[in-house]
Structures are given as C-alpha cells and as structure tokens.
Ligand binder design. Structure first.
Ligand SMILES: Nc1nc2c(c(=O)[nH]1)N[C@@H](CN(C=O)c1ccc(C(=O)N[C@@H](CCC(=O)O)C(=O)O)cc1)CN2
Ligand SMILES: [Mg+2]
Length: 294
C-alpha cells in the first residue's frame, strides 16, 4: 500500500490565487491596498528565507509587503517602539514579528504589544483567547493551513481521534483548539474532533499515536514518528522542518509512513507553504475590518 500525498504546495497556490482575486475585488470596491509589515531581527538564515517568501507571496497577491530589518543586537525598547509605531500607522493592516527572536529579547512582551486588530499571526493573548472560546478573529496560520488542506482533500475530522504531537504556542496548542471546536473555518466536518495533545513527556507516546485516525506531528525532532507507531490508514500531517546534513526532513519518517498511512504530507511541500498562504488571508481580513471602521 502507498499513501496519497497531500500536496501543500499546490493547495497553497490555489488558496493564494483565491486571495489575489479577493484583493482585486476589494480594491475595485474602493478599499485600500492591504499592507503587511514584517519585522525581522537578526540574521537567522531560515527566517530570512521565510520572510522573503512572505514578501514575494504578498506581491503576487496584490498585497503591499514591507520589511523592517533590525540587527541581532537590537534592544527591547527599540523593538517595542517599532511595534508601537506600526500599531499607530493607519496604512499598516498586518504586523508580523518573525520568530524566533535573537536571545535576550522578550518575545512574549513584543507579541503582547501588537494591536490585536493587526495581529495576523494570531499570537496575541486577545486573539488566542478568542480562539480558545471558539470565536476566532484571525486563525493561526499553520493550524488554519492544515484545516484547509484536510478540507480540500475531503478528509473528514468530525468524530475522529486526532493526536497532536507537540504543545507549542504556534502550532500544537492552537491546532488542538481549532480541531476540538464545534465549528471551523471550513464547516463542522473539519472540526468536532476528539483531540489528544501529546508531547515529549507523554507516557507511552507510541501507543498514544497508534490510536490516532489523524496525526499532527509538530515536535521538531527529525523523523521521530516511525511507521510502526501509526495505525494503518491514518492520515499524517507533518509540520516538522528539520535540517539533517543537506536534507530537509519532517518529524515523521516519510517513507515508512507512506507504507502504513492512507495520506501523508511531504516535507518540503506540505504544511509550510500553507502557512504563508493563510497569512495573506489574515492580512486581507485585517485590511477589510480596519477599512470598515474608517
Ligand atoms: N511570526 C512567525 N514566525 C514563525 C512562524 C509564523 O507562522 N509566524 N512559523 C515558522 C516559520 N514559517 C513562517 O514564518 C515558515 C516555515 C516554513 C515554511 C515553508 O514553506 N517551508 C518549506 C521548506 C522551506 C525550507 O527549505 O526551509 C516547506 O515546508 O515546503 C513557511 C513558513 C516559525 N516562525
Ligand atoms: Mg511541510
């Protein structure tokens, strides 16, 4: 048996095309050009690639993408002032601070300071709270991209046992919240899951994963999840992006998963591209909401 490959790259391109059409319509209706500002502190090579890809994706969708590059030795006060300035700038609709920040900067304080109306990553406590209550404004980009992927491949989630491996604020926790909700961005079929939120200290992790109809792997450990840990026919969503020598691998051993699962996301070309597509969608939503207040 060989599983179906869930093509995140193609799905992201389709979503980006839909967003580009939405932007064209919004501007034709008299709306402002949506504007996303990225803040990149330091020289982390992967972060530089991701920010560049976000800028390019903005451009192609008709969204203005601005970038503030700050040196790695930027102090907290300077970064906080930049966020305050961007919050106050009426031409800016979305603000994202690329993570991780260099050591010494207080990530939480920075994210807390972003105006929730411009918080297109959905990392601010206000937007996390809305998600927790089942009435999100912005959806966190990676989890929302995964929901879109499942929906577009007609993989039903309702009533299924989803094991999310990894409890990060960016992926694991919001993923669990989205899937356990009574309704979701693509309707109730992609919500209403029974969710287990597992992590590095979960006892008998392999046994827990083996119970899953759908596994979302976001632990950041290269190929930690093996084929033998999967229930035959499971759907495997691999969020991991790990560099091993010159190879890029996920948190799941892809070749083994392909032999056991019914559907698997590749790395690269799975979840990653969807994260960027969903960011564009949030930026357009922010622009529409801010414009409707003016
Ligand atoms: N402010 C944010 N910081 C970070 C986020 C985020 O959503 N907001 N997520 C990650 C990084 N990230 C986006 O910022 C991101 C990671 C990976 C990809 C992607 O397309 N990956 C490719 C592989 C690319 C490669 O060669 O490295 C893929 O999976 O096909 C997009 C976005 C942490 N920080
Ligand atoms: Mg991927």
């Amino acid at each position: 048996m060989s599983a179906q490959i869930l093509d995140g790259k193609q799905t992201a391109l389709a979503i980006r095309q839909e967003i580009a059409e939405e932007v064209t319509q919004f501007i034709a209706d008299g709306g402002p050009s949506p504007c996303l500002v990225a803040v990149l502190v330091g020289e982390d090579p992967a972060s530089q690639v991701y920010v560049r890809n976000k800028q390019r994706a903005c451009e192609k969708a008709g969204i203005e993408g601005r970038l503030h590059r700050l040196p790695a030795d930027t102090d907290q006060a300077t970064l906080m002032q930049l966020v305050a300035d961007l919050n106050a700038d009426n031409s800016v609709h979305g603000i994202l601070v690329q993570l991780p920040l260099p050591a010494g900067l207080d990530e939480r304080e920075v994210l807390d300071a972003i105006d929730p109306a411009k918080d297109v990553d959905a990392f601010s406590p206000y937007n996390v709270g809305l998600l927790m209550q089942g009435r999100p404004r912005f959806l966190p980009c990676t989890p929302a991209g995964i929901v879109q992927l499942l929906h577009r491949y007609q993989i039903e989630v309702s009533g299924k046992h989803v094991v999310v491996v990894g409890r990060s604020d960016i992926v694991g926790k919001p993923m669990a919240m989205l899937l356990v909700a009574k309704d979701g961005p693509c309707g109730p079929a992609t919500a209403n899951a029974t969710v287990t939120l597992a992590h590095s200290r979960t006892a008998n992790l392999a046994d827990v994963i083996r119970q899953a109809d759908i596994v979302v792997a976001a632990v950041g450990r290269p190929e930690m999840i093996r084929g033998e840990m999967l229930k035959p026919g499971a759907v495997v969503i691999d969020v991991g992006i790990n560099r091993v020598g010159d190879r890029l691998v996920g948190d799941v051993c892809f070749d083994e998963a392909m032999q056991v699962a019914s559907a698997v996301t590749p790395v690269p070309g799975g979840v990653g591209p969807l994260t960027i597509a969903m960011l564009l969608g949030n930026t357009v939503k922010a622009a529409k909401e801010i414009a409707s207040r003016e």
